[in-house]
Write a new protein. Structure first.
Length: 123
């Protein structure tokens, strides 16, 4: 049952990806307390922001996205070929193919492509 829900969610996200739009979808709920939780996934060509409430926002490669208000984030997955800057509780970068999973509460405000690979960081 869980696999079907996850497959349906991925199909919805993939459809939105094919249409070239930013999409938000609900992730499948965990079924047992032994389950370590879903592994962050993302469609190729997108940066996926995983919200703390189980939603996922897909941002097409090369596009900027602003969250207003900022969203509580559990992970950001970069499935593109370019680095991105994540602006939020603190600013950080994420390379192509990387996953950012903040160790503490994190709020994302902006997601910006950074072809040069440089981001402004706090500090």
């Amino acid at each position: 049952m869980r696999r079907r829900r996850l497959s349906a969610t991925l199909a919805t996200l993939t459809l939105a990806a094919a249409l070239g739009t930013t999409a938000t979808a609900a992730a499948a709920p965990a079924t047992t307390t032994d389950d370590p939780g879903p592994v962050p996934v993302c469609a190729t060509g997108y940066v996926c922001v995983h919200h703390d409430r189980g939603l996922v926002t897909l941002v097409p490669e090369g596009r900027r996205h602003t969250f207003d208000p900022p969203v509580a984030t559990t992970a950001v997955v970069n499935s593109t070929k370019i680095p991105y800057c994540i602006g939020g509780t603190y600013n950080t970068g994420i390379g192509p193919g990387d996953v950012f999973q903040p160790p503490v509460a994190y709020a994302t405000r902006t997601l910006t492509p950074s072809p040069g690979g440089y981001c402004l960081t706090d500090g």
